[in-house]
Design a binder for this molecule. Sequence first.
Ligand SMILES: [Zn+2]
Ligand SMILES: [Zn+2]
Length: 254
Amino acid sequence: MMLFDTHAHYDDDRFGENRDALLASMPSQGVGYITNVGTDLETSLTTLELTRRFDFVYGAVGFHPHQAKDMTNESLDRIVAMLSESKIRALGEIGLDYHYDLSERNIQREAFARQLDIASQLDMPVIIHEREACKDVMDILRASKVGRGVVHCSGGSRETARELLDMGFHISFTGVITFSNAKRAYEVVPYIPSDRIMAETDCPYLTPVPFRGKTNHSGYLKYTVEKMAEMRGVSFEEMADITTRNAKLFYGID
Ligand SMILES: [Zn+2]
Ligand SMILES: [Zn+2]
């Protein structure tokens, strides 16, 4: 069974000259599908290029809350144009991040709402980033018409997960669930219905134990899937099967 890394940033400079060789090695490391996620115009263009060069790479394009301040009408138009490319399967990542506050909060909220609007008009799923902004993310989602998407829920509560599930969203988990302080994950991971759960690396960030501290890549996804299996009391094979099947349906891959 091939794993599906539903959220990766291979455009990141940290991969440097090793990027192509590393990506090319993924099928032999048990990873059959990857969604590369853009965070601004430049990384979205790189995402598109990666989807053209690697069979097993799909893409999402959009403005991350950190880069919301750089979103202009012109750059947003170019993102929208990319959404009609055949291997671009979602709008994202979008959302709110009040931890770093790299864009002003009102600018983040405006960029988030505007991109949700585009996704609902085009009937595209969204990839949502939320950090220390749960209340505002939920308020903006409730006000939008978007009913298809996935949320990084590494720190979210069971109540938030419940509401997102009721709105039609999927929840995806990163290597954070392997950290010794991830107590809440023991409540949330088993709570997600088996048709709504996905797995991701968010590489080069959030490297799972036992490689925490090193640069993350899709080859380490198995440690996160293993932890999910343990938390849910199923085998690794079953967890791999469930997460890959959900991701293929979510991203519209046969
Ligand atoms: Zn994120
Ligand atoms: Zn990300």
